[in-house]
Ligand binder design. Sequence first.
Ligand SMILES: [Zn+2]
Length: 302
Amino acid sequence: MESPAPEARVVARYLELQAPDFEQVHLEKVASERIGDTIHGIWDAHGSRGERFWVITNPTNLYSQSDFPSMDICLSFHVGLVVRMMENRSLSVEEMEARAPILRAFRKLDSARTALHEARESEHFQTVGVLCREALLTLVDDLRGSVSGSSDTAGLKAGDFKGWSLAAARHFAEGIDRLEEYLVQSTRTTWDLAQRVTHSRRAKSFEAEILVDAVSNVLEVFATVTRKSQGPPECPRCGSYVLFEEYLPDTDAMSTLCLSCGYEVRRLALGRIQHEPPTSDPEGECVTVDAPLYPPIRERLP
Ligand SMILES: [Zn+2]
């Protein structure tokens, strides 16, 4: 099998970082296997002292061939490990922020997912339906604050899922062609599916799996529209969206600099709560500065 040079460089670099004592004398791609949507490359690496490793890519990990003499067993182990890592991985800050407005609903969905993993009998799959319904009810509960007060919500009872989800779809997708319809339809059909699984005495595993996926999709779509409806951050002075964020270690502050007009805002980085209070009044006259603290970025470039 061919060993493509760019991929070989990446694998060699990975070995350098992960096994610094390993002195590579031979590196060869021995197989490439598609599992699901992912293609894993399998590399055979020989060291100067007779050590041998399998390096499996996408994501990349290395395994000693004394632990795994068989390449096939090593690949099966790798794939199992990746699946477990994906299930247990914690969310990135961006993912957490995106979910923040409806985080309680996502937590309920996590409970449904855990119940699905453990479900064996039809009554367990019904329980998954109950938890999915709760996730949807929590979603409208989380959105109620943004939506209540509109004419769509007058006289709605707290548990009126379809009424509240319609009001939420109208509120967040207002003026965006087809999006409102998509939100209303997908949310209603997902609710109906949850009702069906909850009340079906012969609920099956695939129905519960589809339901969990459908609820996940509804929550992700609402997380996106609630975020989008807030609009991108913009420069308070010129309205530009082209902002550059930077951490300033000397002052432990985050700087947001507008690349159009040079306006800069600084705020304390996470972990620092407050400044020391000033011990005495600053000397000299106070001045009000109209010009930006930094000149526009174009002027700062050499
Ligand atoms: Zn600006």
